[in-house]
Design a protein around this ligand. Structure first.
Ligand code: NAD
Length: 262
């Protein structure tokens, strides 16, 4: 399948590890020029160098916090000045802590809004004018299955990520006329460090060991296994590609069938 992505410029936020890193790698494999960012400079540079070498790709990497709008502004400007524009922007960040409603402080709520909602707003504000100029663009948000089906003890994710879906649909409506497609990808249980974190807190709550928690998550989906970051990344690349040119404003779950609704 020709994705038509060769030489496209793809920003992937929060991409030193996990799903973001897998997405950066998958875009490099398609011949894209890739711009990566994350907070930890060492982990980010290690990931960027590996991708650069493996795919002979042009990779720009800059350590930043996605909750800092000025840093996001400078990063997008650097991408445009190095690569001549920006075609694809995948917004991503770490997940909020696992908590029930009464355990979550107001500070937890503010941080979750900053990390998982406003960070998307910051990137969208920066990249849309560049995409409008080219009359071509793809914005893909990484959220969670929680946008369709709340998960126990993830009240921060269950509530805040719904705002991202509202934003995605609004941007899709407003900027479709400019050739900009905006979609959301919701992973189910995917084997990354984030899932290890969640297993640890779930095991403390339920008094089970972490392997039992992983097993129960795997068994909850019809495919009876966890997802791999690459499987989420491939969906992101497909949504960015010319093969998905009539899809906008949608949420695509990559969850092995975990979502129980129709
Ligand atoms: P991960 O913890 O493995 O990786 C998160 C990445 O985000 C890292 O590169 C980290 O450096 C970066 N990051 C975190 N906070 C940042 C910040 N403030 N600024 C810049 N970079 C930051 O997580 P993952 O499993 O790859 O998950 C990616 C997203 O998908 C998260 O929002 C997560 O909650 C969500 N998600 C994951 C799963 C899963 O099972 N793994 C399921 C549903 C949703």
């Amino acid at each position: 399948m020709d994705t038509g992505l060769k030489n496209r410029v793809a920003i992937v936020a929060a991409s030193s590890q996990g799903i973001g890193r897998a997405a950066a790698e998958a875009f490099a494999a398609e011949g894209c020029r890739v711009a990566m960012c994350a907070r930890n400079p060492e982990a980010l540079q290690t990931a960027a160098k590996k991708i650069q070498k493996q795919y002979s790709a042009e990779v720009l990497a800059e350590a930043l916090d996605v909750t800092d709008p000025s840093a996001v502004h400078r990063f997008v400007e650097a991408v445009v000045s190095n690569f001549g524009g920006v075609d694809i922007c995948v917004t991503n960040a770490g997940g909020p802590p696992a908590k029930g409603f009464l355990a979550a402080s107001l500070e937890d709520w503010r941080k979750a809004v900053d990390l998982n909602f406003l960070s998307t707003v910051y990137f969208a504000r920066e990249v849309i004018p560049h995409m409008q100029r080219k009359h071509w663009g793809r914005i893909i948000t990484i959220t969670s299955i929680t946008t369709k089906q709340p998960v126990a003890d993830l009240v921060l994710s269950n509530a805040v990520r719904a705002a991202v879906v509202g934003l995605v649909k609004s941007l899709a409506n407003e900027f479709g006329k400019d050739g900009i497609l905006v979609n959301n990808v919701g992973p189910g249980y995917t084997a990354t460090d984030r899932l290890k974190e969640l297993a640890k807190s779930r095991s403390a709550v339920l008094g089970k060991n972490e392997n039992e928690i992983f097993e129960s998550w795997a068994m909850d989906s019809p495919l009876k296994r966890l997802g791999e970051p690459r499987e989420v990344a491939d969906t992101i690349v497909w949504l960015a590609s010319e093969r998905a040119s009539y899809i906008t404003g949608q949420t695509v779950l990559v969850d092995g069938g975990l979502y129980k609704g129709l």
